[in-house]
Design a protein around this ligand. Structure first.
Ligand code: F6P
Length: 350
């Protein structure tokens, strides 16, 4: 069998673990050939963006961040004849089946191609952990650990200077990184998109904490959090965005709420406040053991599904089991932070 594999969307620690597992299982156990499709869906829209992946090519990549296949946010459905070109190139390359490794956008394309008859299996990837029907995506654990370490470091400088420190983390429209890294890092306030709050309430909590004798605080805010600056409004009308440009999947670039929040906190409370935006640091570098293992388990399961002929599926983690779920259903929803985790964060807030 000839299998094409691609990685799409934002890069993410653990991608190379998936590639390595798919290639090794397919070659050594199924006698198949694996072709790497470069730069996400772009690699199937344009000719010449593929390379055969032999055992040599995937050797020594497990611990490396990023993706040896490179990635892009190319959306074939925004390109004239995009689907047709993908189908044609897939045929020309002699690919019997595809493994698509990505988040909601990449797997959304995979689901559409699956409905168009392509034999495809999806592997859920994102540091945001916002994909439905899987308990975890690989990459998330690494991002949480990086953010937690940053919060630890910010803690000591906040304490030394009697400052409020605001730490902005990624996560797009969900607060998974913020809530898990915030709880693990002992943040005093955690702000997530799922729970819009009024700025007055945040300042009141900080004042109360400082009246109790604490003279520093750490606030963790998700990039997609909405905060009401005006008392009468429950939340700010729009997200804080870096620019108006949208990517091929219609996403604006979030980021900057940390700065705004720090300025407003200082203005309203008089507490000296600084901010730090963690940004792409959360996505780069070596994956944690958890993500290497999860990526490997997902890759092996994807190779098995392909060779069993079980297409139109996404591999997922349910409890501690790897389970195939329907790809179209999986990309239909977003997984948000639930009450249980949020109520834990509340016990420790300011
Ligand atoms: O989806 C992963 C993510 O890192 C988000 O947390 C963030 O909002 C977005 O990607 C950034 O996208 P880009 O790499 O296109 O700037």
């Amino acid at each position: 069998m000839n299998i094409g594999i691609l990685t799409g969307g934002g890069d993410c620690p653990g991608l190379n673990a998936v590639i390595r597992a798919v290639v090794r299982k397919s070659i050594l156990f199924y006698n198949s050939k694996v072709v790497g499709i470069l730069e996400g869906w772009r690699g199937l829209l344009e000719e010449g963006l593929t390379e055969e992946l032999d055992l040599e090519k995937i050797s020594g990549i497990l611990h490396k961040g990023g993706t040896i296949l490179k990635t892009s946010r190319t959306n074939p459905y925004k390109i004239p004849d995009g689907e047709k070109r993908i189908l044609e190139n897939k045929r020309k390359k002699g690919l019997d089946a595809l493994v698509a490794v990505g988040g909601e956008d990449t797997l959304g394309v995979a689901a559409k191609l699956s409905q168009a008859g392509v034999k495809i299996v999806g592997v859920p990837k994102t540091i945001d952990n916002d994909l439905d029907m899987t308990d975890y995506t690989f990459g998330f654990d690494t991002a949480v650990n990086i953010a937690m370490e940053a919060i630890d470091r910010v803690h000591t400088t906040a304490e030394s200077h009697n400052r409020v420190m605001v730490v902005e983390v990624m996560g797009r429209h969900t607060g998974w990184i913020a809530i898990e890294a915030g709880i693990a890092g002992g943040a005093d306030i955690i702000l997530i998109p799922e729970k819009p709050v009024n700025l007055d309430k945040i300042c009141e909590n900080l004042r109360k904490r400082h009246e109790r004798g604490r003279d520093f605080s750490v606030v963790v805010v998700a990039e997609g959090a909405k905060i009401a600056l005006d008392e009468k409004k429950r939340e700010k009308e729009t997200f804080i965005i870096q620019d108006e440009c949208k990517d091929a999947f219609g996403h604006v670039r979030l980021g900057g709420i940390g700065k705004l929040l720090a300025e407003e906190i200082e203005k309203r409370t008089g507490f000296e406040t600084r901010f730090v935006i963690l940004g792409y640091v959360q996505r780069g570098g070596s994956p944690t053991a958890f993500d290497r293992l999860l990526g490997t388990r997902f890759g092996i399961a994807a190779a098995d599904l392909v060779h069993q002929g079980n297409f139109g599926k996404m591999v997922s983690l349910q409890g501690n089991k790897i389970v195939p779920v329907d790809l179209t259903e999986a990309v239909a929803g977003t997984k948000y932070v639930g009450e249980e985790l949020y109520s834990i964060a509340e016990v420790f807030s300011a």
